[in-house]
Design a binder for this molecule. Structure first.
Ligand code: HEM
Length: 139
């Protein structure tokens, strides 16, 4: 099944991951840390260059996407429709190096924001599945 359409939790029930991570303020801190990592890590240069100079707009979108994915408010799909993330990333050449750079930024952001280790590991596994599925150039 498409990993993007499967929320980490069943959003029709309580949202333990969204609440466990600390709700929207914590997701916003995580996304800020993620793009700060992307902006500064030498191993993320290739993926940073795929983004525009101003990261503020994509930060807002990623916060909304992750809130929804974690079982919180569904603002992403209300505003942008079905995620279709593979299609939305089709313009960017993504291979294993790009996948691993994205994951390294996210792992560092989860550590920097003090996310509980068990939750961090669970999220990293889920992010790996999505990022790996996003590969589109055979490398
Ligand atoms: C695998 C390596 C990845 C690369 C190289 C990458 C790169 C990008 C780029 C260049 C953009 C466009 C930014 C802009 O509009 O300026 C983008 C958008 C986005 N990315 Fe990624 N990404 C990756 C993985 C992921 C993963 C794993 C997720 C989710 C967990 C994700 C979620 C998003 C979202 C939600 C957007 C905004 C989509 C929209 O316009 O609605 N990305 N990404």
């Amino acid at each position: 099944m498409n990993p993007l359409t499967v929320p980490v939790v069943d959003a029709s029930h309580a949202s333990p991951h969204f609440e466990a991570i600390g709700g929207e303020p914590a997701v916003t801190r995580l996304v800020d840390a993620f793009y700060r990592q992307m902006d500064t890590r030498p191993d993320a240069r290739i993926i940073r260059a795929m983004h525009g100079p101003d990261l503020a707009p994509v930060k807002t979108v990623l916060v909304r996407y992750l809130c929804e994915w974690l079982g919180g408010p569904k603002r992403y799909s209300e505003e942008r429709g079905h995620p279709r993330l593979r299609m939305r990333h089709a313009a960017f050449p993504i291979g294993t190096a790009e996948r691993d750079a994205w994951l390294a930024c996210m792992r560092a952001a989860l550590d920097e924001t003090g996310t509980d280790a068990a939750l961090r590991d669970k999220l990293m596994l889920a992010f790996f599945k999505i990022a790996d599925w996003m590969r589109n150039n055979g490398s």
